[in-house]
Write a protein that binds this ligand. Structure first.
Ligand code: NAD
Length: 488
């Protein structure tokens, strides 16, 4: 990819707020810089919205709500389908843009375009299949009709780590259900959402149905929107700490909420596992997206009998990972998103080593421009180490060992998070016992990746509320209404 191609792409991305079908300047006239984490260079400056802009965007979403809710499902479906086709046609642009603003390797960014775009196709297909039910009441004196209705104007807040997929996973079902929205992308990676918004508008989305407010003051923007009694739903993906705060604010208006929060995924390798397959799965579950995924395996909990084999095989693979700017050929590990993320990786590895863990590969930051951290393997991690309790969000594979199935399950569940668990075993009966015993919303049984547009993605415990994707993902944007019609 040439520098000229990057410049052309960046010039094509709108940088204003999108409100009521128009690009506009923020009330303050201020902008903020979006940087390439691989170089520290400024890629673009985008509108820095404030409370007034947030209110205007919500006004637009409220104004458009009734007519969008009445729009024929087939029409809503067609807008989503045309957007899907346009994103597919422009897949290279979306991939490059994500690599530039977020840092992930280009091949992975292309993978995210495929995955993220699938939500638009899936929900374009679901839009025409929203159904209720009908029954006769047990007394035989009336008919009961259960119908489904769009919840109304929604506020959608996304994180920086999957700039396209986190947006489509919310916008897709919201539009399919007949809801309007104000989207607030992460300030570190707003460009992908802005490009998606321009594609949605070109695909014929009516003015006001989706509005986008970029900002460096998310508290003011989202606070204004959440406090407005016309808002009906909040869907948030991000950290548990911010999610808890937003849940508190949402209580005031008794809002419908969907919360996709942090994770601390265990990756169990049992003594009977196919260790080579487990290593393959580990590379995906750990190093995909530079380790910056809520579904990233955070704790490798390996049966003592196979620990040496697992560590030596996985270490050889990790040693070979090429680090660099995501646009370079063959790069598997890009930069971390910013200095704070790198500081955290350093601190967690330092804490583990201080408590007796051993660094087998990496374990250090890489000098030079960009916030790079060497892919790392640490073993013999003690149970009290921070690295086993907090999200690492970086390319660090931490191994602890266990003895016996019960001990493995106990360790896996020993966290306040419950998003996903991975487990490798050849024993089907054990696999089924694990599915029952693991306290997570998702389980990868002999696989390192679970995400799929057709599946209900989400967590239990402090990993969140609600699901995104599949039929469950659509239901988050629908209210249930029961009507009784007495027999004449
Ligand atoms: P974050 O919580 O810092 O930010 C997420 C979003 O919330 C951003 O758009 C940010 O601008 C906004 N925000 C921050 N403070 C706010 C406030 N006071 N009021 C309103 N909005 C506010 O998280 P992040 O660092 O962007 O993302 C990483 C986190 O997201 C990790 O914890 C990760 O596990 C989680 N995540 C979860 C999922 C999932 O599906 N469960 C998916 C991806 C990421």
């Amino acid at each position: 990819m040439t520098v000229a191609a990057e410049a052309r792409l960046l010039e094509s991305v709108p940088t204003g707020l999108f409100v009521g079908g128009e690009w506009r300047e923020p009330a303050s006239g201020r902008t903020f810089a979006v940087e390439d984490p691989a170089t520290g260079e400024v890629l673009a400056r985008v509108a820095d919205g404030g409370a007034d802009d947030a209110a205007a965007a919500l006004d637009a979403a409220v104004d458009a709500a009734a007519s969008w809710a009445r729009t024929a499902p087939r029409e809503r479906s067609d807008v989503l389908r045309r957007t899907f086709d346009a994103v597919r046609a422009r897949a290279d642009e979306f991939a490059l843009l994500m690599t530039l603003e977020m840092g992930k390797p280009l091949a992975e960014a292309a993978g995210e375009v495929t995955y993220g775009n699938e939500f638009l196709r899936w929900f374009s297909e679901e839009a025409v299949r929203i159904a209720g039910r009908f029954g006769v009441n047990p007394e035989g004196t009336g008919r009961m009709i259960v119908s489904r209705h769009p919840v109304g104007p929604c506020h959608l807040i996304t994180p920086w780590n999957f700039p396209l997929a986190m947006a489509t996973r919310k916008i897709g079902p919201a539009l399919a259900a007949g809801c309007t929205a104000v989207v607030k992308p992460a300030e570190l990676t707003p460009l992908t959402t802005l490009l998606l918004m321009s594609v949605l508008a070109e695909a014929g989305l009516p003015p006001g149905v989706v509005n986008v407010v970029t900002t460096t003051d998310p508290g003011a923007v989202s606070g204004t929107i959440i406090a407005d009694p016309r808002l009906r739903k909040l869907s948030f993906t991000g950290s548990t700490a911010v999610g808890q705060r937003l849940l508190g604010q949402s209580a005031q208006g008794v809002l419908r909420t969907s919360m996709e929060l942090g994770g601390n995924a265990p990756f169990l390798v049992f003594a009977d596992a196919d260790v080579d397959a487990a290593v393959e799965g580990a590379m995906l579950a750990k190093f995909r997206n530079v380790g910056e995924a809520c579904t990233a395996a955070n704790r490798f909990i390996v049966a003592r009998e196979v620990a040496d084999e697992f560590v030596s095989k996985v270490s050889a693979r990790v040693e070979a990972l090429r680090v660099g700017r995501g646009t370079e050929e063959g790069v598997k590990i890009g930069p971390l998103i910013n200095q704070a993320a790198r500081d955290k990786a350093e601190a967690l590895v330092g804490d583990a080593v201080g408590r007796g863990a051993e660094v087998v590969v990496g374990g250090r930051s890489i000098d030079g421009p960009g916030t790079f951290y060497a892919p790392t393997v640490v073993t013999e991690v003690r149970p009290e180490s921070r690295i086993l309790r907090e999200e690492i969000f970086g390319p660090v594979l931490a191994v602890a060992t266990f003895e016996g199935e019960e001990d493995g399950i106990r360790l896996a569940n020993d966290t306040e998070y419950g998003l996903v668990a991975y487990a490798y075993t050849r024993d089907l009966a054990r696999g089924m016992r694990l599915v029952d015993a693991l306290e997570t919303g998702m389980v990868g049984l002999n696989t390192g990746v679970v995400s799929n547009a057709a599946a209900p993605f989400g967590g239990v415990k402090q990993s969140g509320l609600g699901r995104e994707g599949g039929l469950e993902g659509l239901n988050e944007y629908l209210d249930t209404r029961y009507t009784l019609v007495p027999d004449p």
